[in-house]
Design a protein. Structure first.
Length: 387
């Protein structure tokens, strides 16, 4: 089997488990977790933000370790960290324990991204790298899709669901050991130190921070919003997650759209879709059909936008693509770390309508940051890393 097929399949699975199960599934099960552990809206937001905070720390460590230990060791570590974190979530007896477990599980996503990008760059022929990375990029949506039916089958038994998720992560660790290459770069050729922060990178940081913050409206509180607006239980929340994830897989075409239309146009288009999705799910008077449409818009837009920011970062640092990936992903997660507690606070102290409206507007503000010269860089779109 060719390296592109093998790495594509393993990377797809690793990203699906780390992003879909270990990081984003927490928001799906949040109403049941709230009921069992008596969490307030503010505490729920703080814990959700912890998942993103864990990611922030992990992606910095991952980029450093990938250069020194190679992608196999770091990617294996990502799968094992996801498994341990999800076992911790399943066993959580209190909000403090839960917060630590959620942070650990969420950190697996930061560990997973840089090694898979490095593995593809090293082991796959340039002509196949775009297709391989596109397949890996779709893993987030696939993981979210699979977590939806899991919620339906489990009937709200979130502890059992996270134990099953942890078992799949252990299986994925074995697949990574078998399939992902070890060292991919000679020691003498490694580039060290911080990159120069030019205008393109500074604008990327602003845009990705604001988009990341706005996305927590549904990633962290989507289940609570549909419970409040439509009186949906875990079944309805599972359907929302399926809509988000299924549409998210279509978002793997970000590289092709950036190549054709440029970063700025693609950026604005999907920021509008992201804001529309948040409003359709969370506004007062929404219907089941509009809610599922909103979830689909949100899922497609989020994956598209992560792809846009990755192309943006890679084009800003063409000699250090993994670092460009790290900057984009890290800033999205920092925005999510700040956004989740803020949304929970606004929803708890004011109303959900205020929170949803504010965060939809926040998405649009990200478009004020323009990519500059990166918008005209088309070659980097064909080297889109995983999202």
């Amino acid at each position: 089997m060719s390296p592109s097929i093998t790495l594509g399949a393993v990377g797809f699975g690793l990203i699906a488990i780390c992003y879909g199960f270990a990081r984003f599934a927490f928001g799906l099960f949040l109403p049941q977790i709230d009921a069992d552990l008596s969490l307030s809206s503010t505490m729920s937001g703080v814990i959700s933000g912890g998942s993103f905070l864990g990611y922030c720390a992990a992606i910095i460590v991952s980029a450093h370790l990938t250069e020194r230990l190679g992608p196999r060791a770091v990617a294996t570590g990502a799968a094992l960290v996801a498994a341990i974190g999800m076992v911790g979530i399943a066993a959580a007896p209190s909000s403090l324990w839960l917060a630590g477990a959620v942070m650990l599980a969420g950190s697996s996503t930061g560990l997973a991204s840089p090694p898979m990008a490095a593995a593809v760059a090293a082991a796959v022929k340039p002509a196949r790298q775009s297709a391989t990375n596109t397949l890996i990029n779709a893993g987030t949506g696939a993981g979210v899709v699979l977590s939806g039916p899991a919620a339906l089958l489990m009937g709200g038994q979130w502890r059992i669901a996270f134990l099953i998720f942890a078992a799949t992560a252990l299986c994925m660790a074995i697949a990574v050991i078998i399939s992902v290459p070890g060292n991919t770069q000679a020691a003498g050729s490694r580039v060290k130190g911080l990159p120069p922060f030019n205008k393109t990178l500074k604008r990327l940081i602003i845009a990705s921070f604001l988009m990341g913050a706005s996305s927590t409206a549904l990633w962290s509180f989507g289940s609570q919003l549909v419970t409040l607006r439509l009186d949906w239980g875990h079944t309805g929340a599972g359907l929302l997650w399926i809509a988000i994830g299924a549409a998210g897989m279509a978002g793997a075409g970000a590289g092709a759209l950036v190549t054709r239309f440029g970063i700025n146009r693609t950026h604005w288009l999907f920021l509008g879709a992201l804001a529309s999705g948040i409003l359709l799910v969370g506004f007062e008077g929404t219907t089941p059909a509009l809610t599922l449409l909103g979830g689909a818009l949100f899922g497609m837009a989020y994956i598209m936008l992560t792809g846009v920011y990755l192309v943006w970062g890679v084009s800003a640092l063409p000699s250090r693509p993994a670092t460009g990936l790290t900057i984009g992903f890290l800033t999205i997660a920092i925005g999510q770390t700040a956004g989740a507690p803020l949304f929970g606070m606004i929803m708890g102290q004011l109303t959900p309508t205020y929170a949803v409206t504010a965060f939809a507007c926040l998405a649009f503000t990200a478009g004020l940051a323009r990519a500059g010269n990166a918008a005209n860089t088309k070659s980097t779109a064909s080297a889109l890393p995983n999202a």
